[in-house]
Design a protein around this ligand. Sequence first.
Ligand code: ADP
Ligand code: TYD
Length: 201
Amino acid sequence: MLITFEGIDGSGKSTQISLLKEELNKKGHRVEVFREPGGTDVSEMIRGMLLNPEIDIDPITELLLFSSARSQLVAEKVLPLLKENVVVILDRFYDSTTAYQGYGRRSIPIDQIDQINATATHGLKPDITFYLRLTPETAAERTKNFEKDRMEQSGDSFFKRVYDGFESLSKSEPRFKTIDAEQDIEAIHAQILKATLSKLK
Ligand code: ADP
Ligand code: TYD
């Protein structure tokens, strides 16, 4: 089973993923977590480039680098683990490319992003996608003391478009489970755990 977490920076994805992993482990499931971009040697090297605030990257190059990191992760880790019935949790997947490079950067039209996503994922789709919905204002408040990487330096109007992108996906993709991320950590965890267990049965 493949579970993905999506939402803008600071929406609580990492917090919720570690709680979910712990709970699934307690119930005897083997769980592997990867972050995107990342999770393999090649993908972590690409991550270093993508998040480095010292370098300028053209929007289409950026799109292709995120996609390259993803293709390697899927081929090297995700597909083999799914074959072994491991529960794979991804901290972001191709919906982030639609939201950030499609809606946020407006690099190329969304229908072309969809095609690149289908290639980069080797056709793999999540069984369930938890969308942690938080306004860009609340997310900025939560992360105001964190150091900003290259993507996080993209500005308020960029993050508003990314938010709109996730909102649009949440309406068109039935696999999206939208969670109000303004709630406290335990309340959010309980909803995520319940939805995951009902899918795992
Ligand atoms: P993400 O992985 O989506 O960037 P994090 O899990 O790192 O988000 O959370 C960003 C910040 O917000 C962290 O400081 C975290 O402790 C805090 N946080 C996470 N969930 C909540 C919540 N439900 N309410 C308040 N603060 C939260
Ligand atoms: P990361 O620190 O992992 O995210 P978060 O702040 O949510 O913990 O940084 C990844 C950054 O890359 C984040 O700003 C989202 C962005 N991103 C894209 O623009 N496109 C993508 O396809 C992916 C996977 C991430």
